[in-house]
Design a binder for this molecule. Structure first.
Ligand code: AMP
Length: 189
């Protein structure tokens, strides 16, 4: 199986690039943000809980997020592999994913980190808010908080993959196709 973690700050292009990677490699896309938003829309208990964090630009607690992600992997059935988009976002999530995959005789093949500077990300998210309808994109103070959370809690999770030489940094600036080419070049190497 090819199991990829697509990593990077909010607005770095993870969702856009995931769609292209799914097409090229036939992988199952799991975006924890998308799953939370589907639960919010469906007004589930999980959605209500998640909304209280997402609206502030904070992370949903690890235990809830990890349980949800594992259930989604179980649900997926037969697949060539997964793209984990927006997960793991903390060190405990990275450790839990590692343990969970090991239990299935699987492992993460690569973590690809899209590198985009904060000011560029803020510009992109404010633009995206016009189409996404996402409240957490529409307010610059929430965007700034998401970035603060990214730098303080999420960026350290990359270390976990650096230690096992599975981390690759990819320049996230350029056209969608330019960035995509950089990603698949790393995967095919
Ligand atoms: P995203 O769509 O990846 O930008 O995620 C939107 C929001 O969902 C984040 O700002 C968090 O509040 C929440 N979220 C998504 N993935 C995770 C995760 N792995 N851990 C905790 N919270 C998450």
């Amino acid at each position: 199986m090819l199991n990829l973690v697509l990593f990077g700050p909010p607005g770095s292009g993870k969702g856009t690039q995931s769609a292209k990677l799914v097409e090229k490699y036939g992988l199952t896309h799991l975006s924890t943000g998308d799953i939370f938003r589907a639960n919010i829309k469906g007004e589930t208990d999980l959605g209500k809980l998640a909304k209280s964090y997402i609206d502030k630009g904070e992370l949903v607690p690890d235990e809830v997020t990890i349980n949800m992600l594992e259930a989604e992997v179980e649900k997926a059935g037969e697949t060539k592999g997964f793209i984990f988009d927006g997960f793991p976002r903390t060190v405990p999530q990275a450790e839990a994913l590692d343990k969970f995959l090991n239990g299935r005789n699987e492992t993460i093949s690569l973590m690809l980190e899209l590198e985009v500077a904060d000011d560029e990300v803020v510009k992109r998210l404010i633009l995206r808010a016009k189409d996404s309808g996402r409240a957490d994109d529409a307010d610059e103070s929430i965007i700034r908080n998401r970035l603060k959370v990214y730098h303080e809690q999420t960026a350290v999770a990359a270390q976990f993959y650096k230690e096992s030489n599975k981390h690759r940094g990819v320049n996230g600036i350029g056209t969608i196709d330019e960035v995509f080419q950089r990603l698949w070049t790393e995967i095919d190497a």
